[in-house]
Design a protein around this ligand. Structure first.
Ligand SMILES: Cc1cc2nc3c(=O)[nH]c(=O)nc-3n(C[C@H](O)[C@H](O)[C@H](O)COP(=O)(O)OP(=O)(O)OC[C@H]3O[C@@H](n4cnc5c(N)ncnc54)[C@H](O)[C@@H]3O)c2cc1C
Length: 457
């Protein structure tokens, strides 16, 4: 019996998508930013997509997949970059879109269903004078569950660090994939068991996070005579604890022409800094930029910026030029471009930025995302790379690594590799508990030994 028939019988009255175009669409993410992953994943897809309405339906899907030994790949917004949400062995894609409610909010914290989109969460929180501490530049489409299971940082990280930092996630609820699924609440450090685990060890159904007080974030662009000058300014600005800020990004002058909408705000050869700053403190930002030889070329009020985020006007919110959105803009202009993921160690970050810019001039183009972590300011980068061959990409990563710039290879879909993708023992251990049949996102956790798939019960 074809696998989908058995499931369909079990899942009667739960929404199932089988239209081949829809199944293909929901089997993909943004892996195509990488020429390596594009080759590896382009033809991979699920057999069908299931869209549960609530937790009870979701648990029926989990039970049915366990009973029929069908692979199950959880999907949030599908905005991941490494094929995390691409099913390698067919089976079911579990679309979390309808589990999108706020469960509760209190001063300083909130709990949300995992399929809630981060922009929508902030929309709900705004009247309560709270907001998420940080969000990826894919805020509009990314879900909070997908951010925990596959994301890292974003707008807000200049103040609040990363999703894996202590206290960044207070608790998660996970559903196991077993014949009789269980609900498990992970709190404190136990959250790390499922964090950045690509949904290989449990379906996250709820996420509890600390919240920040809401600020009116206005947007500014300042230009500087060089990357070094812009980077120095951005570093000092991020260190200014007294100025509330949401985003501090710097672009090498070579990147600006790829950001078509922003080109009018810089002259050829100028480096650009983009910031989101609390509106009453915009003046303090402008004074500091001037101190560093900067010239402010773009100003948008907090109200206009908020309207842009919610879809008003034709200029997108400014964070949609930063983090990995920069790659998206560049690929639209020059399809052969790809990217890397780098973390510069604190204290020597500006020296190393300078070294990378000179050593890989015209090949690795830096944009810097400033962050405050563990009391120190540093920057990470998703630099654009003018791709030539896989071997060259590997050589560049090896050289950066040897120099002390931490590289998380974005050209692999498996966990267990270097950097952010290193998997700690508790994740594999937790998989034995939450996914004893090894059905969740198979192929992503290398060395995982599961029972044979699809042995029908
Ligand atoms: C243009 C662009 C810009 C980006 N910018 C950033 C950025 O600023 N910062 C950043 O960190 N990332 C960024 N990303 C990557 C991505 O958008 C984020 O990581 C985002 O948080 C992923 O959320 P999602 O809901 O789309 O997850 P998905 O892509 O749907 O899923 C990601 C992984 O998590 C798993 N998963 C999803 N939901 C669940 C769940 N409920 N339970 C268990 N597993 C689950 C999936 O199986 C998959 O393995 C960017 C990507 C693009 C394409």
């Amino acid at each position: 019996m074809p696998i989908s028939d058995a499931l369909r019988r079990d899942l009667a009255d739960i929404e199932v998508l089988e239209d081949p175009r829809m199944v293909r669409l929901k089997s993909r993410d943004f892996f195509w930013f990488s020429p390596v992953l594009k080759r590896a994943l382009d033809d991979k897809r699920a057999d069908l997509v299931v869209v549960p309405r609530d937790k009870a339906e979701l648990m029926r899907v989990a039970a049915s997949c366990a009973r029929h030994r069908v692979p199950i790949t959880v999907r949030g917004g599908g905005t991941g970059n490494y094929g995390q949400a691409v099913p390698l062995s067919g089976g079911v894609v579990l679309d979390m879109a309808k589990l999108d409610r706020m469960i509760w909010q209190k001063p300083g914290a909130g709990r949300f269903q995992a399929g809630a989109r981060m922009l929508e969460i902030d929309r709900l929180l705004a009247p309560l004078a709270h907001e998420l501490r940080f969000y990826p530049s894919t805020r509009q489409a990314a879900t909070i569950g997908g951010f925990v299971a596959g994301g890292a940082a974003g707008a807000g990280s200049c103040t609040w660090g990363q999703i894996s930092d202590p206290g960044a996630v207070l608790g998660v609820e996970v559903v196991t994939v077993e014949e009789t699924p269980r609900l498990i609440e992970l709190r404190g450090r136990d959250v790390l068991k499922v964090m950045h685990a690509y949904g290989v060890n449990g379906i996250i159904t709820e996420v509890e996070v600390p919240l920040a007080p809401l600020h009116p974030w206005c947007e500014r662009i300042a230009v500087f005579p060089s990357l070094a000058a812009a980077a120095k300014f951005a570093h000092v600005f991020t260190e200014c604890d007294g100025i509330a800020k949401k985003l501090v990004t710097v672009f090498d002058p070579q990147i600006v022409p790829y950001l078509r909408r922003l080109m009018p705000y810089a002259q050829a050869g100028e480096a650009m800094a983009i910031v989101m700053v609390s509106e009453p403190q915009a003046e303090a930002f402008e004074l500091l930029a001037a101190d560093h030889g900067g010239r402010v070329t773009f100003r948008r009020s907090a109200e206009e910026a908020q309207q842009a985020a919610y879809g008003g006007g034709d200029m997108p919110p400014i964070y949609e030029f930063t983090w990995n959105h920069t790659t998206l803009h560049a690929i639209r202009v020059e399809p052969s471009i790809t990217y890397l993921q780098l973390r510069f160690p604190p204290v020597v970050n500006l020296e190393l930025v300078d070294w990378v810019a000179k050593r890989f001039e015209n090949e690795v183009l830096l944009h810097l995302e400033f962050q405050r972590r563990f009391g120190k300011v540093t920057c990470s980068s998703l630099p654009l790379v003018r791709y030539t061959t896989d071997a060259r990409l590997d050589a560049v990563m090896a050289e950066l690594d040897a120099k002390g710039v931490a590289v998380s290879n974005p050209h692999t879909y498996v966990l267990d590799n270097a950097g952010w993708k290193r998997v700690d023992a508790p994740q594999a251990e937790f998989k034995r508990l939450a996914d004893p049949h090894g059905l969740m996102n198979p192929g992503k956790l290398v060395d995982w030994r599961a029972e044979p798939l699809r042995a029908t019960a």
